[in-house]
Design a protein around this ligand. Structure first.
Ligand code: ZN
Length: 331
């Protein structure tokens, strides 16, 4: 750390000014093909202010030690989890085969690039999620007669069609999109697709296991009533970076990425390892993730990122704004 500080403190005054901090960022945010990623001035100044905790316009050695230990170290050596969402039979060739949805994408197309990543990239942890429903689950259109539709619902029980969204009366009111019966726990449809590689020591997370609330995200149910054990387990492993892929892009993958960002993880969507339901919703999913300082990449970019050789400024910025929250709590 001291060597780094002294190397960047070009004028040797014992402090880093904004220009010297900019040089650190130029050294950090680059890839191993010599590309230096640009960081706009607003973001650079915001980063500087986050680490200039005494607000005197300079970063001293003490402030730099926080910057080094909590920020630079993670950027250079992230701890990575690979989250593979719902690559199950029903979404590929079963009752909720996504190729029948408007985007006409084929779930089978994710298998090869996901297996390739599992074979070639050294993730610290791998997680497979399962949509895992009881037979009376709220999301099944076949179960409409089991629950009362609220008077505020734009669609009545008589008019409801597949993929419509209704409002159930229940406790509290709950909005629900209607899907065909799928991923019944322990059934063939809920098994992972046979050609998907399953690595040893992977974590398995089951979601949507309660009858009266659906769960698109692998972290929380749709009403945020209950949490899976995932973030707890990732915390124990000191995971910093979450790589997300699977099915369906604009439903469960998107919801999981949104939750990963809101929990505070540096979040990376692997575009060619995701297939979805609706083209416009897929576009909106990507835009939302980028707006919240996540990144969307192709699978051939992942290995260098996981190895810390390709370091994206968006992810550095995301980590810094999370640190800002905890530093503000201390001061
Ligand atoms: Zn489901």
């Amino acid at each position: 750390m001291d060597v780094c500080f002294s190397a960047f403190d070009k004028d040797g005054d014992g402090f880093l000014n904004l220009e010297e901090f900019d040089d650190i960022c130029k050294g950090l945010f680059r890839n191993d093909h010599g590309i230096v990623y640009s960081l706009d001035n607003d973001k650079l100044e915001h980063l500087f202010k986050i680490f200039d905790t005494k607000k005197d316009g300079l970063i001293d050695r003490q402030e730099f030690s926080t910057c080094w230990n909590k920020w630079i170290k993670t950027i250079i050596k992230p701890k990575n989890v690979f989250l593979i969402i719902d690559v199950q039979n029903d979404f590929i060739s079963g009752t909720l085969n996504i190729s029948n949805c408007s985007a006409r994408q084929n779930g089978l197309d994710v298998i090869k690039p996901i297996n390739q990543l599992l074979d070639t990239v050294n993730f610290d942890s791998v997680v497979y999620s399962y949509d895992w429903h009881p037979i009376d689950h709220i999301s099944f259109i076949e179960n409409l007669p089991l629950r009362k539709i609220d008077s505020s619902s734009p669609i009545t029980a008589e008019n409801a069609k597949l993929f419509d969204t209704v409002v159930f009366e229940c406790c509290p009111k709950i909005k629900q999109r209607l899907w065909p019966k799928h991923c019944i726990k322990d059934s063939w449809g809920a098994q992972l697709y046979k050609d998907l590689k399953v690595v040893d020591n992977a974590m398995k997370i089951y979601k949507g296991t309660v009858s009266d609330v659906d769960s698109y995200s692998v972290f929380w149910d749709n009403k945020k009533l209950s949490e899976t054990s995932l973030s707890n387990q990732l915390d124990k492993l000191n995971i910093t970076d979450v790589y997300i892929c699977g099915l369906a892009y604009d439903i469960c993958v998107g919801a999981s990425a949104e939750d990963a960002l809101s929990i505070g993880y540096r979040t990376i969507l692997i575009d060619d390892c995701c297939k979805g339901v609706d083209v416009d919703d897929i576009t909106k999913t990507k835009q939302s993730i980028i707006k919240k300082h996540g990144v969307v990449v192709q699978s051939n970019e992942v290995k260098a990122m996981v190895d810390g050789r390709d370091r994206r400024p968006e992810l550095g910025y995301k980590l810094a704004i999370e640190l800002e929250k905890s530093l503000n709590n201390i001061h």
